[in-house]
Design a protein. Structure first.
Length: 368
């Protein structure tokens, strides 16, 4: 049951935390295993989706990399667009990695945030990479290490984003106002998309799923496609922030994922109640999950499968006590090893040293 001191942001209503937890056993440290994964999957309402009618829209080479732009249908909405990157001229099956783009309040772009396609990245993407990725399109750097790296858009981002015309007028008006203030088309769209996420979550919950469950369903479909390719061997996943959240969900719900890297997206739920709730996407809060398990318990639910969690000592989005508690919870789920938790002197980012550490870890566990 959450103590009142962990909900100070609610002010005079801080007692709501105690009332909500009374008799409900919030944030349990659940033991890893299939029962936990089934209960969490049900709570999130994970969709059962398949990447159908996969097409190669374009192929290119750039220096030491070869790329394909793929598209597929999930049965609803526009076709998903994805990049598949690999070392140029690589022969034989390569270990695969599903690289999961972040949230970052940028929905106009998706896969482009972490992967270069055949064109030039937009100024907005370049700016974001400089802020949280050390200026890198890290999917390409990972591919150069000998991996087949798949990066795809998901519900609400890039090729899967909602047109402004489908948004309610008060939401779309935020983009119009942004354009009037001199924002770029992408930045103005993202201002509206931030408001639209609240509506999207309402629709998802009403339909028996959640934004987390819908996105996880799309990630599961992408991972299954990557494994189906004859030129790909064992598959892992990696992501920063919202991408790290997606990596944790994919690792929990896909038993065939061989190794999981979560960067800057780990804390106990309990500590988030102290003024850290609003900073995060709805994907971190699937309805009912807090009665099934704490967030780090879900990330560790597939133990002893290899799991790397990278924490930022200066991460402004997560309280230090929450990160430390998460590290302890996950460590207890891995009594015989398989988990590595590393605290970097870093803000909320996937810095170049963090990337290099993650790449080397994936090489060891997936065999590049």
């Amino acid at each position: 049951m959450p103590e009142r001191t962990f909900a100070r942001h609610l002010g005079a209503f801080s007692g709501l935390a105690e009332a909500a937890g009374r008799g409900r056993g919030l944030f349990p440290e659940a033991a890893p295993g299939p029962e936990l994964r089934r209960a969490a999957r049900e709570a999130a309402g994970v969709l059962d989706l398949t990447a159908g009618d996969v097409r190669v829209e374009h192929a290119w080479t750039a220096g030491d990399l070869a790329g394909e732009e793929l598209s597929w249908s999930l049965g609803h909405g526009p076709r998903t667009r994805a990049y598949l990157l690999r070392p140029r001229g690589a022969a034989g099956p390569l270990p695969g990695v599903v690289a999961l783009h972040c949230h970052a309040g940028m929905k106009f772009a998706g896969k482009e945030k972490i992967a270069d396609g055949p064109g030039t990245p937009s100024p907005e993407v370049t700016r974001l990479r400089g802020q949280i990725y050390g200026g890198r399109a890290y999917a390409g750097e990972l591919a150069r290490r000998g991996f087949a790296v798949l990066v795809h858009d998901v519900l609400g981002w890039g090729s899967r984003r909602f047109p402004l015309g489908t948004m309610p007028e008060p939401v779309a008006a935020a983009a119009t106002q942004g354009l009037a203030e001199g924002l770029s088309e992408a930045d103005a769209y993202d201002r509206a998309a931030a408001l639209h996420e609240h509506l999207l979550e309402k629709y998802c919950v009403l339909l028996g799923t959640s934004l987390a469950g819908a996105v996880a369903g799309e990630d599961l479909a992408a991972a299954a496609y990557l494994r189906s390719r004859p030129d790909v061997g064992p598959v892992g996943c990696v992501g920063l922030s919202g991408g790290g959240l997606r990596a944790a969900l994919l690792g929990a719900f896909d038993p065939a994922i061989g190794a999981v890297v979560v960067a800057a997206m780990m804390s106990s739920y309990r500590e988030l109640l102290d003024r850290h709730v609003a900073a995060h996407t709805w994907m971190l809060y699937p309805p009912g999950l807090s009665r099934v398990c704490d967030w780090p318990s879900l990330a560790a639910s597939a133990a002893p499968r290899p799991l790397l969690v990278q924490y930022g000592e200066r991460d402004e989005l997560f309280p230090p006590a929450g990160m430390r508690r998460a590290h302890a919870i996950i460590s207890r789920a891995y009594p015989d090893g398989g988990y590595e938790g590393v605290f970097f002197d870093a803000p909320h980012a996937f810095t170049v040293p963090m990337q290099e550490h993650a790449f080397a870890w994936l090489e060891r566990h997936l065999g590049a």
